[in-house]
Ligand binder design. Sequence first.
Ligand code: ADP
Length: 248
Amino acid sequence: QATAGPIIRVEQLEVRFGDFKAIRGLNFSLAPGELRFLIGPNGAGKTTLLDVLCGKTKPSSGTVRFKDNWDLAKFQEHQIAQLGIGRKFQSPSIFATLSVLDNMLLALKAQRGLLRTLLAATAAGQRERAIGHLETVGLAHKSGLQAGALSHGEKQWLEIGMLLSQEPELLLLDEPAAGMTDSETEKTGELLVRIGQTQTVIVVEHDMEFVKQFASIVTVMHEGSVLREGTMEEIQADDQVAQVYLGR
Ligand code: ADP
């Protein structure tokens, strides 16, 4: 499934809400295997960009291509999930009264692709895969617990595990560490780096300390387009970025 080109290529994207342009002339591309952090002041259009990438919001104009092939404007949200783009929203959507493992097994049933379904058809195979993903997110030892009894951070990790069950090639995460304790935040950063070794990940994040610690390449958005892209050192040394954050 290796692609020579970018996994995401956005060209001249515009998203209008009535007369207001939330995204204006945005160009953005992402190589497969990158863990990319998206930052920028409130209202910059970060969430809207994630919404476009997962099909929740349609482009007003411009193009968004997945793996240089799929024109995402032509697909519905659930079809985009099937193509391999997984989105985690901020509010958890776990089943509180079911066990952690059962939540994972439910998520596995929603996985994409007939072949994958056939390969994982046995109950034992499903369990094994569910536990594998729970190990990735650090919850294997809690598989028998009711999901509702997990801490806030653990619930977020369970959701990431459920997302991994769909085997997305691109994961979109909106403030994955919001509301977490310091130690949970640290673990979440490590988890992102680990996931980033096998999948492409875009993370919208407001916590600059978190970004500094875990980001390699950062994209700074401002007023609906990309202001700068670079390493955190480059971004921090940039006058325009400083201006945008300090307000004008
Ligand atoms: P960010 O995530 O960077 O804070 P958003 O993408 O949430 O920014 O929002 C970008 C701009 O678009 C904001 O000014 C916001 O008010 C506006 N916006 C977002 N969604 C809608 C909508 N559904 N209707 C009208 N305006 C919207």
